[in-house]
Structures are given as C-alpha cells and as structure tokens.
Design a protein around this ligand. Sequence first.
Ligand code: GLC
Length: 541
Amino acid sequence: MADTYHWWQQGVVYQVYPRSFQDSNGDGIGDLPGITARLDYLVGLGVDAVWISPFYPSPMADFGYDISDYCDVDPMFGTLADFDALLDAAHLRGLRVILDFVPDHTSDQHPWFLESRASRDNPKRDWYLWRDPAPGGGVPNNWISNFGGPAWEWDAATGQYYLHSFAREQPDLNWRHPAVQDAMFGAMRFWLDRGVDGFRIDVIHGILKDAQWRDNPPNPDWRPGMDPYQAQQQIYSRNRPESHAIIAQMRAVIDRYPDRVMIGEVYAPNPELMRYYGEELEEAHLPFNFQLIRMPWGGRLVREAVDAYEAALPPGGWPNWVLGNHDRPRLATRVGRAQARVGALLLLTLRGTPTWYYGDELGMENVAIPPDLVQDPWEKGVPGIGLGRDPVRTPMQWDAGPGAGFTTGTPWLPLAPDYQTHNVAVADADPASMLRFVRAVLALRRAQPALTVGSYRSLDAGNAHVFAYLREAAGTRLLVVLNLSDDAQLCALPDPGGTATILLSTHGDRAGTAALSALTLRPAEGLLLQCDATLLTRPEC
Ligand code: GLC
C-alpha cells in the first residue's frame, strides 16, 4: 500500500541552514562540502530529504534570502561543482535534496535591479515595483516592511519609490510581468535539470500585491511592544487571490519533471492556508503548516488544532507539520527540553510530512547573542523585542572540541554555551539522549506504514493535558499518548479494558504492556503503543 504514495508523503524533511551546519574550510561559515561530509549523519538519523536554505550568490543582507544570481553558488558556500557533488552523494544514499527558491524579491545587487534602477525607461524598469510619491508627497501607501519601517525606499536618481517587503536590499519583483515569470521559471528549470528533488518556495503568499495599491487596514488586536509588522492586517500586500494563478504556473514547471515536490512557505490561518493546495490540488503539494510553532502548548489545545487542520484539508490534500525553522524560536526554548521530546514524538507520528529543523534532535536552544555580534536584519530593524533570528541559527554542535566540530575557525555566530554537553558525539554515546530517542522514533516510523500513510483519529483521553490519537494501516493500530504538562497525568481512555504493548517512550525506560483503562503518564511523558484492532473502536472515543 505504501508504494502508492510519493516519497514526500512518506518521508521526513530535514532543514539545513547552510551557514551553520558544517564548515569545511575554516572560515567560520558552513558550506556545501560541509553538508556533503555530514550526509551520513542524516542517513543515520533516518530522515529522507534535506532542504537547504539559500546558498546562491548573495550580498548576505538577509543571509542568502537576498539573491543576486539564481543560477549559481555563492563562493562562500562553494561552487556549482560542489553542489553537483552534494546532490550525487545525497542521491547515492537515497536522500532527496530540496532547494530554497526565493521568488518574491531579489537582492538590490542583482543585475536585473541594477538595470531597473538605472533609469525610468530601462527595459527592466517594470521588473520591480516602482511607484510615484503619494499626491501630497511621501510614500505611495502605508505598507510596512517585515523587518521594520516603511516598505518603500526612495530612489533619488529616478524620483520614484520601490517596494521591499523585507529589507531595503530586497526589492520585490513584479510578478505580473511576463518576462519576470519567464526568467524565474527558467531559474527553477536550471536546478530541476541538475536533478534537485523540489523546492521550498519562500513567502509564496506574498508573490503578488494589490493592483490598486490600497492601504492596509490597522489590526485592532495589535498592542505596543508587539511586532510592528502585525500592526496592520496585511490584506493588500499578502495573500492576494490573484497569486494562486502564478503559484499554479510554478507547480506546472515542477510537474514537467517526475516525482518532484513543491513546498510553500505560507503564514496564513485555516482555512486560508488550504487555498494554497489549489482548488484542483494544482498549487503547493505542501503549504507549510506552522500552527504548532505558534500556538501555546497544551493537550486539549493541540488536539483541537490538529483535528481542525485535518478537517479543513481539501480532499486529497496531504497534511504537513513543522515544529521549528530558521525564523522562529527553537522548540526546546519554547516548550523546554523535556517537552521537546514530546514534541518530537508528536511531529513524527502525526499524519503528514514532518519538517525537522537542524539541531532540534540535540535539544538545541536559542543562544543569547551579545549586541555587538547581532547579524540578523530583523533584529537590527526591530531591536530588543525578541524577533531576532540569530539565536536559532547558531552552529550545529557536533562534538566538544573548540569549534564544536563545526569549524576550525571562528564561528560566524557564537556557539551555544552548553555545546560541550549537548552535541552529537555525547548524545550518540548516551542511550537516554534526545538524539537516540529521535533516531528510534524515525526508525519505527520507517518500519510502520501506520505512522506514515495510516489514518488518524484523536481520542478523548479524559484529561485536558493529554493528547491521544490512533494511527492505523493494514490492520496495525498504533496509539500515541502524549502528556503535554510537566506533572504526572492519569489518562482515562474510554475503553473498559485491554492492554497495549509499549513500543517506545520519551523516557526510554518503559516497555512491556500497559492497561488502557488507567494509563499513568509521568511528567512530559509520551508513549507509542501498539494495540489490538478490537480496542478503542467505540465512536465516542
Ligand atoms: C522567509 C524566510 C526568511 C527570510 C524572508 C525573506 O520568511 O524564511 O528567513 O528573511 O523570507 O526572504
């Protein structure tokens, strides 16, 4: 049965932030040969695909999300030959490679933008979003940048403003222009022809803007101290209905190649998120589902969120789950290291494709960055309220040596203060480590079709701190029971009797059978059990 599913439905995606994974030349910055050298680690961990954040030529105003050439590798990260070697080495090991594609904006140093800003009559002028000042002078409308301040930058030489949804060094492309579409689709084909297995598409929901340039309305729920970007409802600068036709065209480019995946970065609530699958599933295979990153941690809350998401999926739409990425606080910092294991068990046993952020398997936490070492443009634009992303991008902790096994030089961001105790070498040798636990879950997931392609049904655990659900395929019924609190909890599943076999526990020290009618979970404990198909069948469960 599992054979009728695509690799990206059954597999686990591992996100590598290339600056921080493995440095191979001692400059303190990770690179492509470094990733190649660590592929066996990823195979041993048990993931199926690696998504690499951008490594294209870039002035690094937003650390690679400001691209000056879509069809090359920044010398800091290596060469195209290094990329080909990485791809070959990955494929040889059965690992897929997903690239980050950034269509919303280029670098202000991209030759297209240099031409565009050269004069008003330059043929590439309309490749970007240039506007005259408002009638009384000043910015064309009230839109704000994600990184703070107005989204408009004045260009004195040509007397117009250009739009930048992020840093001023990231001018937005004009996706209504057919030549822009052709050029960007060509860039996608450049990598597809080289053999990449798909794309994670950056800010896919921001690709088109309102054709009338209307002001965004204020957000009544915004309060001082919150992210200033949230002060407006971004209804005209994001999530425009007309974006979907462009996204479908991107998907058509990808669909010319067999078995590739298109993941979309979409920050939108249900049901808006579901629009990004496309009415006929002709858009993203997987519009990123970020709700677990953003919501409070609690058994009932998470159950409700998962059930609502499952119910909102379009027919045939494949679910996906994310617990961490390079933009949001680390999992172990949000929920604590004990709950991070519960989170791992949740992420890797829910129905749908999980995306795992590098280092979360070590319980890596946010690292405090001294003010003089801050790199992130977001932190520089909106300082001091915790938006900065450097703390979640610190070097991977391989061993207890001076550069954590990441570099022989000075790392571009500080190492975590606890890297000597939290690293791959130490965790590998400790049967009770988070790393060993994650490996065990991934191995079980690989062996059990119920966990990849099986059905999902949540259960009433009789306790608001506990989230319990069944995964079932081909007569195998697995039960996941998670205690999302830091106190012991009694879980009262609504079935009078029966026992189940414990396959795995977050605490690593529990095996044998457990009675289902009165299951006690220790603080932050999660269990994966196998039960008889005659148990837990009552519909009110
Ligand atoms: C996405 C990326 C983020 C980047 C932004 C601009 O949200 O994940 O890291 O800063 O787009 O490209």
